[in-house]
Write a protein that binds this ligand. Structure first.
Ligand SMILES: [Zn+2]
Ligand SMILES: [Zn+2]
Length: 285
């Protein structure tokens, strides 16, 4: 279980590596381009070469890219759908070029159409993107907190989408705060066992390829997407001890997306908290 964090890629993806090292991260997540704008720029060859050399030197674990917040594959607005497909395809191209594990994206909202109405269109888009960008990088659907019409707060919905897509480059990122907000009890041993049994039944544990490790500002079942620093939220340090001891997570990289103790994003204190929990769990197992 590697412990990583979201870091800035300002100035180029190669610049992210030193930032990850600075906070003690063993792997990292970046945005390939601004998450709140549609513009995507391809990764330049010089950046890709520097990135490859730096990642080797630093011995970093798998990199993941986070997709744009604007992406909405379930949309019935043809313009929004086309922009979403182009943006995700650009991200997958960037991930392939960097040799990244994959791109994590939000299934987003069905905007009142109902989940069943979007399954086919969503699946066709994902297949098209993967066929247009052959390579090894995965498209990972992220679990959602479940506010409004957001898709993916139930494992059943992600499982339905993944079976409908039927492609071997599709996987899942489990966000600890989002599943907690969606009502899954991941902080008690019995609750976590039941949660991961449901994940296995609906999706398959083999498709759990990454974790967003975040504590929660709000209580379980709130449907509110508000991350908190590790140990300072309603999941708590003990909750993370329970989670990190579970078999399902042993070979899955963790990426922090917490506000940070100084409110400047994932930082060394949060990385160190997860590392100390990992050490404690390892000593107990
Ligand atoms: Zn996300
Ligand atoms: Zn979130």
């Amino acid at each position: 279980m590697l412990i990583g964090a979201h870091v800035s890629a300002a100035g180029g993806a190669n610049k992210a590596i030193a930032r990850a090292e600075e906070i003690g991260a063993e792997c990292f997540q970046i945005f390939a381009s601004s998450p709140r704008m549609w513009l995507s720029k391809p990764i330049e060859d010089t950046v890709a070469h520097k990135y490859e050399a730096e990642i080797q030197r630093a011995g970093m674990g798998p990199t993941v890219l986070h997709g744009k917040y604007l992406v909405a594959l379930g949309s019935d607005d043809t313009q929004l759908l086309a922009k979403s497909e182009n943006a995700l395809q650009a991200d997958i191209a960037a991930a392939n070029k960097l040799g990244a594990l994959g791109v994590i994206f939000h299934p987003a909202s069905h905007r009142g159409q109902g989940f069943d109405a979007i399954v086919n269109r969503f699946s066709e888009s994902v297949c098209k993107i993967l066929e247009n960008e052959p390579g090894n990088s995965l498209l990972m659907l992220e679990t959602s907190a479940g506010s409004g019409d957001h898709i993916g707060s139930k494992f059943e919905e992600l499982g339905t989408l993944i079976r409908s897509i039927g492609h071997d480059r599709v996987a899942v990122c489990l966000d600890t705060q989002h599943v907690w907000a969606a009502g899954y009890d991941i902080a008690s041993v019995d609750g976590l066992n039941a949660t991961m049994e449901e994940f296995d039944r609906e999706i398959g544990l083999g498709l759990l390829k990454s974790v967003h490790a975040n504590d929660s500002m709000r209580e379980r079942g709130s449907s509110v997407d508000r991350h908190q620093n590790i140990g300072d939220g309603s999941i708590g340090r003990e909750g993370f001890e329970t989670l990190m001891a579970h078999d399902a997570f042993q070979d899955v990289p963790f990426y922090l997306e917490v506000p940070g103790t100084g409110k400047s994003g994932p930082d060394k204190p949060n990385v160190d908290r997860l590392k100390s929990i990992r050490a404690k769990v390892a000593a107990r197992l």
